[in-house]
Design a binder for this molecule. Structure first.
Ligand SMILES: [Zn+2]
Length: 382
């Protein structure tokens, strides 16, 4: 069964799989590489002996790692990750082979255009590295964007929330601004990748929904983001739902899911009821205060999203659905999605389906971006 590989090639692949977190143990390496356990053990032993890999001691608990987990030898190299949102960018600095060491948020105005915003976040990343990386050096930077991304070209496509960004090579802008290799991904896809690998028990295929001011979703198939033919797979927000009637959507269409189930929709619906709200955070505050109108609206929004997710689950049969984004911190919203999924999916789909809140919170997209970046650097031989 086992394919023959040169020792060097197999060891490089092992370092890539461990470094990116795709594999954590000899068993996971054997599965990923289609090599026999004894061959994997020989390679791992060689890498442990020459100091390129280390193995957690039994009982070690620091950093949340499980005992006996393989990892790269801690290097004095850092990766930068940027999660660009509608009004803020979250910036993370990650020590390669370790984890996130520092994060910072800055305000951004997407209307400033791609070169200006990328320049600002690169400056903030450089400042964060100067404050937190000591003598270490930055070796890569990645960014997640709140719009559809062509990952091969590094561009953002038809971004309704990002006027003036169309056609810009964001990857190139980021590389020029930081001086290191870069990757670009859609924010929901990055979050999906982060969440997919965040658990001890990993699903083979998962869907992660990001329900915040807007709604997005990412699909991970066998550990890889599924982008679809046009790079917009998972973009469920513009699915037409009958409950939305003819409500105009930001995309120019009528009756999209976004107009009844997003944070922006809840702001609009609450304002129609006379509430002085202007942001998703205002809506969250009312639901947390158990305001009955806001609570009912959140539950109804969850039901609409759950209805669309039923079709996704019945079609795709994922092992897990992870619910992230600000709205997924609201119990009425999440339980409405959950009951909709159980009521509206075939029992064979839900029998072993895991439906869980996202684990990584505000760092989910950063974590996914770092994983992509690490793999891309290994491919570049760095
Ligand atoms: Zn729409």
């Amino acid at each position: 069964m086992s394919r023959r590989k040169s020792t060097a090639a197999a060891q490089d692949e092992i370092l890539m799989l461990i470094g990116s977190g795709r594999a954590r143990s000899r068993r996971e390496l054997a599965d990923a590489l289609d090599l026999s356990p004894s061959t994997v053990s020989q390679h791992v032993q060689a890498l442990l002996t020459d100091g390129r890999l280390v193995e957690g001691e039994s009982g070690e608990s620091s950093g949340g790692r499980r005992p006996r987990e393989l990892r790269l030898t801690d290097r004095d190299e850092y990766l930068g990750a940027i999660d660009l949102g509608g009004a803020h960018a979250r910036i993370g600095l990650v020590r390669r082979g370790a984890g996130i060491v520092a994060t910072r948020e800055i305000a951004v105005d997407l209307g400033e255009g791609a070169p200006g915003v990328i320049g600002s976040v690169a400056t903030a990343l450089a400042a964060l590295a100067a404050d937190s990386a000591g003598a270490g050096r930055l070796v890569g930077a990645g960014i997640s964007l709140p719009g559809p991304v062509d990952v091969d070209r590094g561009t953002v496509e038809s971004p309704s929330r990002m006027p003036g960004w169309q056609g810009h090579d964001i990857g190139r802008l980021l590389e020029n601004a930081t001086g290191v290799p870069g990757v670009v991904e859609n924010d929901a896809n990055a979050m999906a990748l982060g969440e997919h690998f965040a658990r001890t028990e990993r699903a083979e295929h998962s869907v992660t929904v990001k329900a915040g001011t807007a709604i997005g979703a990412g699909i991970v198939v066998r550990g890889t983001v599924y982008h679809g033919a046009g790079g917009v797979a998972g973009d469920i927000t513009h699915t037409r739902v009958s409950a939305a009637g003819e409500t105009p959507c930001s995309c120019g269409n009528l009756g999209c899911l976004e107009t009844v189930a997003s944070g922006a929709a809840l702001v609009r619906l609450l304002r129609e009821q006379g509430y002085a709200v202007s942001t998703t955070a205002d809506v969250l505050a009312h639901v947390r205060d158990a305001d009955p109108v806001a609570t009912t609206l959140a539950r109804t929004a969850g039901r609409h999203l759950g209805e669309v997710l039923c079709a996704v689950v019945n079609f795709f049969n994922p092992g897990a659905v992870y619910l992230g984004g600000a709205l997924a911190t609201l119990e009425p919203f999440v339980s409405a999605i959950r009951s909709q999924l159980y009521a509206g999916s075939h029992p064979m789909m839900t029998r072993s389906l895991v439906i869980e809140p996202a684990l990584l919170g505000a760092d989910a997209s950063l974590t996914g971006v770092v994983r992509m970046l690490d793999e891309s650097l290994f491919r570049l031989g760095r």
